[in-house]
Design a protein around this ligand. Sequence first.
Ligand SMILES: Cc1cc2nc3c(=O)[nH]c(=O)nc-3n(C[C@H](O)[C@H](O)[C@H](O)COP(=O)(O)OP(=O)(O)OC[C@H]3O[C@@H](n4cnc5c(N)ncnc54)[C@H](O)[C@@H]3O)c2cc1C
Length: 292
Amino acid sequence: MKPPLFDYVTPESVEEAVAARAADEDSVFLAGGQSLIPTLNFRIANPTMLIDISRIAALKGIEISDTEITIGAMVRQRQIERDSGVERANPLLREVLHNVAHTVVRNRGTLAGSIAHADAAAESPAMLLASGGSVEVRGPGGGRRIEADDLFKFHLTTSLEPGEMITAVRIPVLAPSTGWAFKEFARRRGDYALAGICALVTLDDSGRCTSARLSACGIASTALRLVKAEQELSGGMLDEAAIVRAAKAARDAVTAADDSQASTAYRRHLVDTLTRRTLAVAKTRAEERSAR
Ligand SMILES: Cc1cc2nc3c(=O)[nH]c(=O)nc-3n(C[C@H](O)[C@H](O)[C@H](O)COP(=O)(O)OP(=O)(O)OC[C@H]3O[C@@H](n4cnc5c(N)ncnc54)[C@H](O)[C@@H]3O)c2cc1C
């Protein structure tokens, strides 16, 4: 299929891009095009104008401070995956991105674009939630920061106001004694997952879990924080019994209806298994980091 007719502009600054978007309410931002272009080709979307933000130099950088990684909106997923500074600061990103589509898609697609797109099955929104990250946003009303917990409202729907663009994604640097893991199950490598679990656990010297953050993709109408599963872990020993309780709580969070890919019951089974496996890996990594 071919896309419908549209105008096309290539602003060179965030201000120009936001002004172009404000001037035409049926326009859309184009980043890597890996989700937007298929929706045009299938005639699901019919925007009047594409505002291609790929020439905006200010959106192409990665900055790493002692506490935070700031990733510009036009940084491609593959660039993040290959960045050794990002890998040192927070290895969860590479592990998650490695599960997103295929290399050719990640060569073009951006982290910010995936987060703005907010597919309930996408890995990056779940990673942002588990990490306690946020997005920097610019719009006609100025700039603001939106925490991950306030961002994802429904499948393909965020709390971005009309005309607002994400300019950067912020992800905390991994704290010492924190272990991480992401695991998913997809029918074929590179497909969207039927279910995926992301976990960050922090242990103290005695092995007690001082903090647990868990999230999931593919199991509800948005990427989801697994708050009840986190509560089963925080404050106690991260032993087999706690992991089994957390997996049960995660399983109970599945609300996705039966679809052509999987039944609700099967997704619950997947979430239970993936949560146990993800927590086991995160725990081992936390112990290894504590021992350093
Ligand atoms: C074959 C294939 C398989 C894929 N498999 C997976 C997968 O397994 N997991 C997965 O997560 N994704 C998958 N994807 C999607 C891919 O990760 C996309 O790259 C990503 O979803 C969107 O990023 P993008 O930069 O290409 O955004 P675009 O396609 O350019 O834009 C997507 C949407 O976000 C908006 N947008 C983009 N950037 C911004 C911004 N800075 N501010 C505000 N709005 C913005 C656009 O207007 C559009 O509505 C797949 C894609 C393909 C083609």
